[in-house]
Design a binder for this molecule. Sequence first.
Ligand code: GLP
Length: 250
Amino acid sequence: MKIIVEPKYEEVSKSAARIIAREIISKTDPVLGLPTGDTPKRTYELLVEYYRDGLVDFSSVTTFNLDEYYPISKDDPKSFARYMEDRLFTQVNLARERIHVPDGTVAEEEIGPYCKKYERKISESGGINLLILGIGHNGHIGFNEPGVNFGTRTRLVELSQETLEANFEDPAEAPKRALTMGIKSIMSAKKLLLLADGKQKSTPIKKSLTGPITTDWPASVLQLHPDLTVILDEDAARELEDQRGRSDGD
Ligand code: GLP
């Protein structure tokens, strides 16, 4: 595990965008796993800037998003499909057929086969080279909530009350379920990049990186990944001991 501690959110985003750009530039057919949430917003802006400046070409990039609410229409402002369209997909030269976001409009009886197909497409693309993750306040990654089995693949899940409250101003109005890559789908990515900023993420980060590996805290499984890079701002890193010493090594 490599932990990089940057001063603030802006530097976290720059560091993340550079790692993603490097992956894209150095691979023939790069396959990225993409998150939503507040954390990666600036990273996406920087990637769009790199594209506009001619530094990064997305034409051979394939993307798979981690998760999506269910049920939800693709142009619902709350949908992750809409988030990705606005922030990245319509802003760079990604090929439409290489973009994959779990479809929140699939009929319920089709979900099983649909999720299998999502996983098959990941395998057929050669697997995810670099998957970027944020972390939920309850230790979820994607929408893998506490109690998740570590053998899970893409599937439909129930969202916890805590997640609904964290993600929606009015949880009563929120979709109560989601489609998400499973823990096994995430852990199968060749490289993982976990981003977190802000003091509200300092306890989740400490539990994830230094706590016991347990299904009660899904992000703790990341300790078992052979190629995990974590980028934190100083606030998110403040509960990690000796953060400075760990900033540029294993
Ligand atoms: C959502 C997403 C997660 C994301 C988390 C943190 O619940 N399903 O993939 O990591 O929120 O979001 P934020 O970056 O807004 O803190």
